[in-house]
Write a protein that binds this ligand. Structure first.
Ligand code: FE
Length: 204
């Protein structure tokens, strides 16, 4: 997958998706794979392994201003330096959230996503309602995620492509001055790096 051209907007499932589903049904029917085990593997890559890489990149940027500058200037190289090399041939552009700007990412056509730092795209990112509304009504979408972005904060939406994927660098929460890099990484949620979530500090 990963290329827009393979995913026309009107088609819900690609040829590859259909083939994978057929294989999964057949293997399950023959008792060769366990559906629960498959779900567990997908969950691991959507929620655990993948986004932890991104969380380490974010935590490094929070504690090391030189790394942060490099990350914002050349995301692909700075991420590669931590061992999360791109195997997709796509560049990763890092978007910095500030008190004035909130960034949110989407792939309006399919599900282009920064795999090296976030793993597999979650269901929300692939869902049609998210893809269709993120650009038209980003504040409404954010409200549904429990994020009421103040009117004086500019919301920027970035549409991914097969060549450029985005990673949001969330703001470091208030009250975390005493935490080390590892503890900071624990605070970083997957959705904060997609931009549908904002991190809350210890002070609320
Ligand atoms: Fe896409």
């Amino acid at each position: 997958m990963a290329d827009h051209t393979e995913h026309p907007e009107h088609s819900h499932l690609s040829d590859t998706d259909l083939r994978v589903r057929a294989l999964e049904s057949l293997l399950t029917e023959k008792g060769l794979v366990d559906g629960e085990a498959l779900n567990a593997i997908v969950d691991t890559y959507e929620n655990k392994v993948g986004p932890r890489n991104g969380a380490r990149v974010v935590a490094r940027a929070w504690v090391d201003s030189e790394y942060r500058a490099w990350l914002l200037r050349d995301g692909t190289a700075a991420i590669d330096s931590l061992g999360y090399a791109s195997t997709q041939g796509a560049d990763i552009v890092v978007l910095e959230n500030t008190a004035e700007v909130h960034n949110m990412t989407v792939c309006t056509l399919c599900s282009c996503y920064p795999w090296p730092v976030l793993g597999l795209p979650p269901a929300l990112y692939k869902s049609f309602p998210y893809r269709s509304r993120a650009v038209k009504d980003p504040r409404g979408v954010l409200r549904e995620f429990g994020q009421d972005i103040p009117e004086d904060v500019e919301v920027r939406v970035w549409d991914s492509t097969s060549e450029v994927r985005y990673l949001v660098l969330p703001e470091r929460p208030a009250g975390t001055e005493g935490l080390d890099e590892e503890a900071l990484a624990e605070l970083v949620t997957r959705n904060s790096m997609i931009g549908t979530d904002r991190l809350k500090g210890n002070n609320g």
